[in-house]
Write a protein that binds this ligand. Sequence first.
Ligand SMILES: [Zn+2]
Ligand SMILES: [Zn+2]
Length: 288
Amino acid sequence: MPSPDLREEWADLLSRRPEFRATLAPYGEILERWARWEPARPLALAWGAAECRERWARGVPLVAEAPPAIRAADVEDLLGAAMDHLAALTDGILPGLERLGEAWDRGRLGPAALLPAPGRIGSADLQAATGLSTDAVEFLACASLRPALEAYLTPCRAHLDAFAWPLGVCPFCGAPPGFSDVLEDGRRRLACHLCGGGWLFSRTRCPFCGTERTEDLVRLEPEARDQGYLVIGCGACRTYLKELDRRVRWNGQSALVEDWGSPHFDVVARRAGYRRPLPLLTQLAAGG
Ligand SMILES: [Zn+2]
Ligand SMILES: [Zn+2]
C-alpha cells in the first residue's frame, strides 16, 4: 500500500487552518525531510504472516524481537534537524541536546536508544545520559526514526487482522497511539506516529491504562466548527487522545496530519489537566 503524500495533505490542512501556518512551520519541514529520505539499503523486515502472528499472539510488538538495523548515519540528518527545532522552541534544552550530540558522535548512543521499549519511547539510558524530558525524547524518536521504521515495518502490515492484537501499543513498533480514527464501519483504529502503522481497538477502553469504566472516559468537546473531532480524556490515568470520526468528516487527512494540525484541541485537553504521549511541538514550546 503506497503511503499518501503527507506533504500534500499538510498543505491542504494548513489551507483549512491558516491561523496555524507560522506555529506549525517545523512540521512542514519535518515532512519535507521525511519525503526526501532514502534508505541506504533495503530495510524491510522479511517476516511472513506466521512469524508476525506468533509474536502478536504472545503480546509482543515485532520490533521488540526483531529490532531494525538502523545505522546512525541513516538517520542523523533527521535527528540533527529535529534537535534544531527543539533548540529553537524550548527554553533550557540546549545542555541536554549537547549531551545527546556528544554521546551520539562517540557512538555511545545510537538509533536503537530511540526505539520504543515497554512503557516508553527511547531507552532509560538515553534519558539518564542526556537529562532530556520524556516529551523531548519522544519527539526526537518520531522525527528521526519514522521513515526508517515505516520502510522496515510496512510489509508486515498486511499480516495484521482485526483480532490479532488487543493491546494499547502499536503491534509493529510498540509505541503508544498518537491519534484515533473512527472508521466508516464504526470501528476504531489507533494510529502510530512512530512507524505509520495502525490497529483496531475497542472504542470503550482506554488504550493507555485499559479501563473500561464509562465514567472514566470523558469527552472534552471541541468547538462546534470542527464537527467530527473529539478529545477523549481518561480520568483513571489522566491521559487523552484526539479522535476523528470519519463518518462525519469523510475528507479528513492521515491521522498524523490531523493530529499535528489540531493543536487547539491539545490546549483544551491540557487546560483540563490531561497529558498525552508524543505531545505536539507547540506544547513542548509552552513548557509542557
Ligand atoms: Zn508503530
Ligand atoms: Zn486511561
